[in-house]
Design a protein around this ligand. Structure first.
Ligand SMILES: NC(=O)c1ccc[n+]([C@@H]2O[C@H](COP(=O)([O-])OP(=O)(O)OC[C@H]3O[C@@H](n4cnc5c(N)ncnc54)[C@H](OP(=O)(O)O)[C@@H]3O)[C@@H](O)[C@H]2O)c1
Length: 231
């Protein structure tokens, strides 16, 4: 049985990951920053822990709770968009800073805290949700400054993590859901969460060591301009 930990599981893609892994018979460790307010997650009746990915103390508390338990798959899913109408000239700086802490630092904070658990698994994988919005040659308008810059930062941080984790026997890469109808997109988009997650689960299952540091699309193809390094 695979043990999978999902951050940001209260709704959207994170909730759907939990639902599908659970239905597939895997052991799911859901995390949410406010589990008591995550009623859809509670309805799944699965193991759930509080986790604010931007807070190292919260990650350390989770790690202490999970001491000694192997973790096969870590899905660094939690993320925020910030005000998507704002440019680099008028974006709220506190919101921008918060987005940096959640989108860029969050995956590193959580992966660092849970590294002992990942190292107990046979072929551990840590993925971070990447985005087309963080691809340089797609940044052609002034808006979305917060999301674009922090997702580009998340890609870069994932590459750095992947290099370091390679020495620890953990495969790490960015994963692209595709534009999916969730709260983040105002329920606009090309795909339903159910389909995006089904395809991403397949990609995770087929994870290849050559993907270390790369940006992998839901169709398991590499996305260009998001970085990566030859394994
Ligand atoms: N939807 C898309 O089209 C799309 C495309 C590319 C990439 N992505 C990425 O996929 C991930 C999930 O997106 P989504 O569409 O499912 O978004 P969503 O519906 O807005 O859900 C975001 C999740 O992240 C959680 N979260 C936010 N800040 C957090 C924090 N500090 N600590 C822990 N959890 C936190 C939220 O929890 P609360 O309920 O507590 O706010 C929520 O569960 C994000 O990283 C996003 O950037 C999405």
């Amino acid at each position: 049985m695979t043990t999978v930990l999902v951050t940001g599981a209260s709704r959207g893609l994170g909730l759907e990951f939990c639902r599908q892994y659970c239905d597939a018979g895997d052991h799911v460790i859901a995390t949410a920053r406010a589990p008591d307010r995550a009623s859809d997650l509670a309805a799944l009746g699965i193991e759930c822990h509080p986790l604010d990915v931007a807070d190292p103390r919260s990650a350390a508390a989770l790690a202490a709770t999970l001491t000694g338990r192997p973790l096969d798959v870590l899905i660094n899913n939690a993320g925020i968009m910030g005000d998507n109408t704002k440019s680099a000239l008028d974006a709220d700086l506190d919101e921008w800073r918060a987005a940096f802490e959640i989108n860029v630092l969050g995956p590193a904070i959580v992966t660092r805290a849970l590294l002992p658990n990942l190292k107990l698994a046979e072929r551990p994988v840590a993925v971070t949700m990447g985005s087309q919005a963080g691809i340089y040659d797609r940044m052609r308008t002034a808006n979305l400054a917060i999301y674009r810059s922090t997702k580009a930062g998340a890609h870069a941080a994932t590459i750095s993590l992947a290099h370091a984790l390679k020495d620890e026997g953990v495969l790490c890469y960015s994963l692209r859901p595709g534009r999916t109808r969730t709260d983040m997109t105002g329920h606009d988009g090309d795909y339903e969460a159910e389909d995006s997650v089904r395809l991403m689960r397949k990609a995770i299952e087929r994870s290849d060591p050559s993907w270390a540091g790369l940006f992998i699309d839901r169709s398991q193809k590499m996305y260009p301009y998001a970085g990566g390094f030859a394994a």
